[in-house]
Design a protein around this ligand. Sequence first.
Ligand SMILES: O=C[C@H](O)COP(=O)(O)O
Length: 235
Amino acid sequence: MIFAANFKMHHTRQSTTEYLDRLEALLERAEYPFKVMVFPPATALQPSREWITVGAQNAYPAEEGAYTGEIGLSQLHEFEIDTVLIGHSERRQILGEDQEFIAKKFAFYREHGFQIIYCVGEPLEVREQGFEAVAEYLWEQFDDIDIDYERLIVAYEPVWAIGTGQAAEPEAIAATHAELRRRIKRPILYGGSVNPTNIARIAEIPDVDGVLVGSASLDPEKFHALMIPVAPPQV
Ligand SMILES: O=C[C@H](O)COP(=O)(O)O
């Protein structure tokens, strides 16, 4: 089971360091059998901890160059970062990244051996058209993506469930993950309003190999609390 925290544009460098210190202490005490990842903003990037992989929320597909406002491979290497999120719906929709650009990022960071969390998810208007439309939409988001890449982790995040407090119903998650599982042999995470109330139910869905968490991950105690129902600490 993978627990990934996406801070989005929350936390500073200092608060990220404090967060990682605290989370590390909590994980160390409980010795959870989980893979734990944290994606802070670019200004707060720092090396991974023993039990926590620190990854980048975004990176430009180049080592360095004239790309104002971006960070690339050199900046990630400075902090020994080799994990990156690609294709998040906020970058697709708000920042205007199209599939061609996203695939270019994927190919570049794949070439450099990064672990990639690749995000897909349909907007509400597609969900309302029915499951076939959802499946078609999601598979189009894999255009030019190497789904057999050994360091790929897929995150399914229905756009309408992100930040709304309303996670997808377990049946909808199960059906969508089963559809993705037909071709994706790598771990598949669910994301979208995961919280302490729904985590147990979500974690037991077949083909859910972990969760990508936004708002419920911002506090280390709360993020850690998500893990407890999935694997209660041994006493
Ligand atoms: O990357 C994380 C997701 O966008 C989920 O965000 P959320 O947990 O705040 O809904």
